[in-house]
Ligand binder design. Sequence first.
Ligand code: ADP
Ligand code: MG
Length: 350
Amino acid sequence: MSHLQLVGISKTFEKIEAVRNLSLEVGRGEIICILGPSGCGKTTTLRMIAGLEIPTSGTILAGGRDLTRVPARDRNIGLVFQNYALFPHLNVFENVAFGLRARKQDNVTIQKRVHEVLDRVQLGEYDTRAVHALSGGQQQRVALARALAIGPEVLLLDEPLSNLDPTLREDMRDQIRSVIDDLKVTTVFVTHDQGEAFALADRVAIMSEGICRQVGRPDEVYSRPADAFVAKFLGKTNLLSARVTQSANGKSILKLAAGFTLEASVPEHVSDSAYVFVRPENVLIAESGHKASVVSTRFEGPVVEHTVEVAGVRITARQFHHGKRPLAAGDEVHIQIPSGQFHVLDNDAE
Ligand code: ADP
Ligand code: MG
């Protein structure tokens, strides 16, 4: 049973269609990440859920209740921004207490609740500090505590790690995950960073140009992208142009070049002009298979990346080397692209 439902929501600013007909269901306690490049409509989507923007069309429901036109202050939603947006003139305690005071809670409740959430984000001793005296990571934890203090029905986070040092980001990411897991609060998290999305989310929604391209578990969208945009956005990939030449008993021949073909079942919506999608880690360098010559090699510590050419087609392969010496440019090898490890995408998808 889904908790938060976005039903065909759109938002148009003058001429810009920031979000187009977006539908998304978030289960109770689920963490959904909206992932996409800058300008694709992530923040606008969050602002609509929060009530800071009214959709041009579509409906937003939480627990079955229509929130579409409910003012932000009457929605029970916690919001964390990229830039923390703390109140600079208030100390840590008062920042976290803000939403409770606005909801006219009594002092005893406020004291208890603020200390609970500050302890939860490991800032129990910081209640009397000025917020400007805190590090970026601590400020973001205050912002998280402030969002959680009201016991929100839905937690929204807009690129909460983007302003932090890379070294701190991973640590903060794990802390956020553990707090959310503990509280089991329904969460929508926005980022442009696929690593962050994969590490935090139960499911990922990939957006581009206001459109949701695919929703799925991190492993699903990574291994079975719906289109070439998703394939490219989620990490290194080979997208090899191919002609779908003939088909028999459900299988088609994909012609990548003269003398270089693969056999696969091709989804119906794919035209004659297709992409063979294969992640570099699924291209195997082997004793037999397609004849290939090594173009270049890059040693990356645990893995080695070889760029090879098969009948003039460039393909990247990445493998653990287990201490074996990398191949050198000019070496003649074979590669295998096992069936099930590559998929056929339409070439017109973008
Ligand atoms: P993201 O968060 O993915 O970077 P946004 O949701 O902020 O993207 O923006 C999506 C698009 O909508 C962009 O083209 C942006 O310029 C535009 N946009 C966002 N807010 C407004 C606004 N208040 N007025 C006009 N255009 C806006
Ligand atoms: Mg944004």
